[in-house]
Design a protein around this ligand. Structure first.
Ligand SMILES: [Zn+2]
Length: 69
């Protein structure tokens, strides 16, 4: 019987630590404390940009500013 001798050797068993990704803001490795960001700074930056996009709602083109004349 051959085949049982050759087990596929996995390079590394998947561990929780290997799931560490990268900060979506700056690209640095993320830290467990601020997942998925690397720091509180990037966390805030991402939140700010996210809020900024939400606030940037399309302006109603119908509403013309009152003419100050
Ligand atoms: Zn970062």
């Amino acid at each position: 019987m051959q085949g049982s001798r050759y087990k596929p050797v996995m390079s590394m068993p998947p561990k929780a630590d290997s799931r560490l990704g990268r900060c979506p803001v700056c690209g640095k490795p993320e830290t467990p404390a601020h997942k998925p960001f690397c720091s509180q700074i990037c966390r805030d930056r991402d939140l700010i940009s996210w809020l900024d996009e939400r606030y940037r709602v399309p302006v109603h083109p119908d509403e013309e500013p009152p003419a100050e004349d």
